[in-house]
Design a protein around this ligand. Structure first.
Ligand code: S3P
Length: 421
């Protein structure tokens, strides 16, 4: 087992907010300045796509300047848009591309070419978009011929911010109001940022509506730290005995903070300090101290608020007293990997009692973990989750493909190392 983790850490900027800052910055008139932009591979893919459509983006490392050209200012790209590993890029950009006066093709790596795109093809087609899966398998590569779009009311069968955002972004160009209703509310960064850029957005219960604006206006954005990245240090701080960590400037938007509520329900010692608002997004410093956990049930409306954190929550549940049940989380099967199968397989290989179910996992806590060979499947959240599991096991797991953390947290291993010295 590792030494206690002590000290302060500032995790990188939020991935979802960073993507959206480039997209809205490109569609706004004027220069949008983004501080604490996530320099992860996924967000760099989004920058690459907008540069290919004629938008000058200056990436200065600590800040990014996007010289937006207005809602109708994108140019036809000369090549296929490469979205890399990023589902957010493909799905959100498709909403924008559906309304442009040109045609595009977009694709990404082998993982992205297996992820479901029918979920955006259906609502965008309902708005009048001409968008197809080129291989006819409901996945990328996609071909989009821009069209005049119509306002619609889309009743989404999944709680997915990527689906909701694709429709709302297409709604920027529609001939009337566009509304999306979800079974449970998913992250609302698109709504908050569209509003900040001057669009008229309303939300009521599980529905969000957009009235097409004349123009979007460039903004200054300070991106809060990503709670999905903080999650690994939160779990490590709870699990490794004697630890005490201060996670600085973490976004705690209520549509993203489910992990805090779950860990607190499990008995964790977590305190929020200096709550504030960072460019319209709630943020705080999080103090976490190690301590015992007990089991819980995670289901229903909280699932979308912690969807990317379920792998690390599953790790924590292995050390909790009692049986933790995760259900209503079938969406995990269509992430960068099948995160239910991959977590159940890897944790079981390390000696945990984890049962894979149709829409989640059943985890009987309390068994000691040992070293094993883990295939990350090139999924960043799997690699980071098993790294934390390794802190608590009696031998470091051999994680294959661990460099994939560059997708969302390039300095993850260095940051973890600093805290254990
Ligand atoms: C994201 C939404 C989530 C999340 C993904 C980022 C976003 O996906 O898993 O990592 O930025 O909108 P879904 O909305 O498809 O669940």
């Amino acid at each position: 087992m590792t030494r206690p983790l002590k000290g302060e850490i500032t995790v990188p900027g939020d991935k979802s907010i960073s993507h959206r800052s480039i997209m809205l910055g490109a569609l706004a008139r004027g220069t949008t300045r983004v501080k604490n932009f996530l320099q992860g591979a996924d967000c760099l893919s989004t920058i690459g796509c907008f540069r290919a459509m004629g938008i000058p983006v200056e990436n200065r490392g600590t800040e990014v300047l996007i010289h937006g050209n207005g809602l109708r200012g994108l140019k036809a790209p000369k090549r296929i848009l490469d979205c890399g590993n990023s589902g957010t890029t493909v799905r959100l950009i498709s909403g924008i591309l559906s309304a442009q006066a040109f045609s595009t093709e977009l694709t990404g790596d082998s993982s992205i070419q297996k992820r479901p795109m029918a979920r955006i093809i259906a609502p965008l087609s309902q708005m009048g978009a001409d968008i197809i899966s080129i291989r006819g398998n409901g996945c990328a590569p996609l071909r989009i011929h821009g069209q005049e779009l119509h306002g619609t009311h889309y009743n989404s069968p999944v709680a997915s911010a990527q689906v909701k955002s694709a429709v709302l972004l297409a709604g920027l160009y529609a001939d009337g109001v566009t509304q999306v209703t979800e079974p449970f509310v998913s992250r609302n960064h698109t709504e908050l940022m569209l509003q900040a850029f001057g669009a008229h957005i309303t939300t009521e219960n599980k529905a969000a509506s957009i009235t097409p604006p004349e123009e979007l206006y460039a903004q200054e954005i300070l991106v809060p730290g990503d709670i999905s990245s903080a999650a690994y240090f939160l779990a490590a701080g709870i699990l490794v005995p004697g630890s005490e960590l201060l996670l600085k400037n973490v976004g705690i938007n209520p549509t993203r903070d489910g992990i805090l509520r779950v860990f607190q329900n499990m008995g964790a010692d977590i305190t929020l300090l200096n709550p504030r608002v960072c460019s319209g997004e709630p943020a705080a410093d999080i103090l976490v101290k190690s301590g015992a956990l007990h089991s819980t049930v995670i289901e229903g409306g909280i699932i979308p608020t912690l969807i990317d954190e379920l792998p690390i929550i599953a790790v924590a549940a292995c050390f909790a007293e009692g049986t933790t049940v995760i259900r209503d989380a079938a969406e995990l099967k269509v992430k960068e990997s099948n995160r239910i199968a991959v977590m159940a397989e890897g944790l079981s290989a390390m000696g945990a009692d984890v049962e894979e179910t149709e829409d989640g996992m059943v985890i009987r806590g309390g068994l000691p973990l040992h070293s094993a060979v883990i295939d990350s499947r090139q999924d960043h959240r799997i690699a980071m989750s098993f790294t934390v599991a390794g802190l608590m096991s009696d031998g470091i797991p051999d994680i294959k493909g661990q460099d994939c953390v560059s997708i969302s947290y390039p300095a993850f291993y260095e940051d973890l190392e600093k805290l254990s010295n």
